[in-house]
Design a protein around this ligand. Sequence first.
Ligand SMILES: Cc1cc2nc3c(=O)[nH]c(=O)nc-3n(C[C@H](O)[C@H](O)[C@H](O)COP(=O)(O)OP(=O)(O)OC[C@H]3O[C@@H](n4cnc5c(N)ncnc54)[C@H](O)[C@@H]3O)c2cc1C
Length: 493
Amino acid sequence: MKQELPKSAIVIGAGLAGIAASIRLRSQGFQVIVLEKNSTHGGKLAEFSEGEFRFDKGPSLFTSPELVDELFELCGKNPRDYFNYVRHETSCTYFFKDKSSLIFSGNHEKLKQELTKKFTSELAYKTLTYLERSKETYARIGDFFIDNPPVKFKDVFRKDLIVRYPHFLTAKLRKSLHQYNHSTLKEPKLVQIFDRFGTYNGSNPFKMSGLYSMIPHLEGNTGTYFPVNGMRSIAESLYQLAVDQGVEFKFDADIESVKFSAEKYFVKTASEQLQSSYLICAIDHVKFYRDILKDEKLLNHYSKQERSSSAVVFYWGIKSKMPELGLHSIFFSEDYRNEFEQIFTKKIIPEDPTIYVHVSSVVKAKDAPENGQNWFVMVNTPAGVVPTEDQILVLKEKILARMKMQFEIDLKNEIVRERIWTSKGIEEDTGSFMGALYGASSNGKLAALKRHGNKSKKYPKLYFCGGTVHPGGGIPLVLKSAKIVSELIQHEG
Ligand SMILES: Cc1cc2nc3c(=O)[nH]c(=O)nc-3n(C[C@H](O)[C@H](O)[C@H](O)COP(=O)(O)OP(=O)(O)OC[C@H]3O[C@@H](n4cnc5c(N)ncnc54)[C@H](O)[C@@H]3O)c2cc1C
């Protein structure tokens, strides 16, 4: 009797998407090998230490932790045996140039009090109504688009889609996110706060659809969280789960070519040839078409799409404590429209940048010495623009000047450790095309529909997950993309 061969899959990339996809496929009975170019897993969820300071290198904002838990539960494990997190009530403190500030809380009562104190009770009411609408949009269309493969033109008459049209074809779709925020909230500071959610997928709030007003639902309603062992522990714990389930990881894997023949993928690395029935791309799809599949036509098509923003990140070990800084702080620019115009149209480093500061030692005290803090300081920049040393120095001076203006401190003398990550490093370390943080941008009303899908139309049994494909970038969506891929494969098989 002919023996049934086990189902096999090769996953390219051991970032969060690749690890999550490997766990899901393993739980479906696949033999899974993950090939990673670096010597460790996690991709953008990297960490490093400088003296007594520990830094998470990439993501810092953690929402929807249940999506991480879900993977442990899928394998019959107690998530708490691997990974833990805490809810952080203050989602962000916003600082404005007139020295005013606003604490944005995921606790609606606290948020209402703060908005009433800083503005009026009417504006507090409007903001909570905004969040309520955001929740509704998320429930009626967000979940549907995020949980399923991308909608195709031939699907337009599908019953489950038709019922959603009244929620989709609304004024929000016609307006930009900024126009929607302005028309609902009016107060410029609040509009700027809600415009900022456009940067959650590296896009321009003045160009992206008002439907993205559902993004604040995550932070404003479901809340923000932080892993007790830092952001890196998300990747560490899932990697451990994957290994425990029998996924095989091969690091420092230099993939030379991929060929499909006789119902199999043949993947040649510098040291061996591997084969599998399924291939999962969990790296930037543009790089995959360019360097691995070498498909000029698809490369041409997808590389032309406008990229999301990149960043310059300063990691500073600070020898003192700034009580004003919480886990997440934002120092807004004066003219937000001009800042985005400079990033996306003029493609220059913004002259007056909005500054994001994340201090993980606020929650995880061991990340810094007793009297110090670990600052992750990020400024959005255009993808593909590599700042010169002079430009980085100018940027640093601007950040220091802003801190002096805001808190009357001379931060320069407080910095005892420093590292810098720019678009060049982001591209080299994680393989992101042009150093973009989230693949293609969501600028334009129908951008979501143009995003690369999860299943190849051209190559059999080739699937895509990760921050550059549907449904989008960021930890929650990357985990969703891995789930969509595993469901598509289950359906196919
Ligand atoms: C500075 C920064 C801040 C961010 N902030 C947040 C945040 O606060 N919250 C949030 O949710 N998200 C944030 N993000 C986005 C988030 O990090 C990503 O969306 C997510 O981690 C992407 O996961 P991924 O697995 O798709 O890709 P990656 O993490 O990029 O993983 C891809 C992996 O593939 C490997 N690889 C690449 N090319 C090859 C190849 N040819 N062969 C083999 N392996 C290859 C890479 O080395 C890497 O390990 C941020 C990103 C950055 C860079």
